[in-house]
Design a protein around this ligand. Structure first.
Ligand SMILES: Nc1ncnc2c1ncn2[C@@H]1O[C@H](COP(=O)(O)OP(=O)(O)O)[C@@H](O)[C@H]1O
Ligand SMILES: N[C@@H](CCC(=O)OP(=O)(O)O)C(=O)O
Length: 363
């Protein structure tokens, strides 16, 4: 299969557990063969692909039976570390049939914690792609515990998509996309396109998640909306549909597509993924909130708009920005410490705590 006019040149493909494992946890080799064949062919025609694959915990369940009372953290650690070997070997063998080399990259949230680490990760992925190696990425579940965990691989793959500035982030699930549940309840139709600024699609997201998955549709749509806001197209589609990646890369309308907005600067994209990495927080007043949210003006955060400061941070640290009612509206890089910010609270004529270029406000 050669795609004569691909609409994307660089993509992240995320594959969910339920796409590639059967109910008993065994890897579904037919589906994996279909997916690796598609990815290998895309690569062989010069399209750059980064693959984020779940399935380690699932595969572990088919290898080892654990005692019932084992605590959940230990269970996840044992299953993922045994299952990951099987998962990556399967990928390596299947890709090798097409003459494609793969690399295994296991990451934790702290690998992206500051700009230097983030740039190191980026260099690693770029170097692999330059050598035509497909990075097969997963969270390092054996060592990432609780607060250092990604919500799921939808979040991790979204971070990689924005870090690598890909054209599209393709989330392959076991469902066909986001269904419009308002009509035809028995046989709902997939919503073909979503503008990230139009939040009406939210009402269709059902809470909960599938049996072996971790995130669910809510995280998928949250990430999709955020990335589309940065200028990356996001597709949610069924990974079991034959030829799904060819269809998406050819520009066919399959699954749900979140339409890309204007591209956002790299530093702001990095800040957008700062949740859980902040060293402190500031609460701002209504005037500052209005200024920061302005769609037409590029405003920095000045001490005059800050009501209170939480935590201890220094120049260069990431801090969270909250409104008076506790809503987190964004993240930024502090230009001075929490101690100095406390001294300057509410004062006029002072330098911004966060300069506009180092500020990300949620859409
Ligand atoms: N409006 C909707 N359309 C489609 N699926 C939905 C919707 N709302 C919630 N879901 C749920 O989202 C799940 C898919 O997300 P997830 O469990 O993360 O799957 P995967 O493991 O394939 O990534 C489906 O099982 C489905 O029940
Ligand atoms: N890192 C875990 C996957 C966690 C996860 O996000 O799963 P899923 O919701 O199926 O994409 C694993 O490999 O089992």
């Amino acid at each position: 299969m050669f795609i004569s006019d691909p609409v994307y040149r660089k993509i992240v493909v995320k594959v969910g557990t339920n796409v590639i494992t059967n109910a008993d946890g065994k890897l579904n080799l037919d589906i994996l063969d279909q997916l690796t064949t598609q990815i290998a062919r895309l690569c062989n025609q010069g399209i750059e692909v980064l693959l984020v694959s779940s399935g380690a915990v699932g595969a572990g369940r088919s290898i080892i039976t654990l005692p019932v009372g084992l605590p959940p953290v230990a269970r996840r650690q044992v299953l993922s570390s045994t299952g990951q070997i099987k998962l990556i070997n399967t990928y390596a063998d299947l890709f090798a049939r097409h003459g494609v080399t793969t690399a295994q990259i296991l990451v934790t949230k702290s690998d992206f914690r500051d700009r230097q680490h983030y740039l190191n990760m980026r260099t690693c992925f770029s170097s692999l792609i330059e050598q035509s190696v497909i990075p097969v990425i997963n969270e390092n579940d054996a060592v990432s515990v609780t607060e250092l965990m990604f919500t799921d691989n939808d979040e991790l793959s979204g971070l990689i998509a924005s870090m690598m500035q890909v054209d599209a982030h393709i989330i392959l699930s076991h469902v066909d996309g986001l269904f419009d549940l308002s009509k035809k309840k028995d046989n709902p139709e997939v919503i073909p396109q979503i503008d990230p600024e139009d939040t009406r699609f939210h009402k269709f997201i059902q809470p909960g998640k599938s049996e072996f998955g971790r995130g669910g549709m809510l995280t998928k749509c949250h990430i999709a909306r955020k990335l589309a806001g940065f200028g990356i197209s996001v597709h949610i589609a069924n990974g079991r549909t034959p030829g799904i990646l060819y269809d998406i890369v050819s520009g066919k309308s399959v699954g749900t597509k979140f339409l890309a907005k204007k591209p956002t600067h790299g530093r702001k994209r990095w800040l957008a993924h700062s949740e859980g990495m902040e060293k402190g927080a500031v609460t701002i007043n209504a005037g500052a909130e209005k200024a920061l949210r302005s769609p037409t003006e590029a405003n920095s955060l000045l001490p005059v708009g800050i009501e209170s400061v939480k935590g201890a941070f220094y120049k260069g640290d990431i801090i969270k920005i909250c409104t008076e009612n506790g809503e987190i509206i964004g993240y930024g890089m502090a230009r001075y410490s929490s101690e100095k910010t406390r001294e300057l609270l509410g004062k006029t004529g002072e330098k911004p705590l966060i300069h506009y270029d180092y500020l990300y406000i949620n859409i």
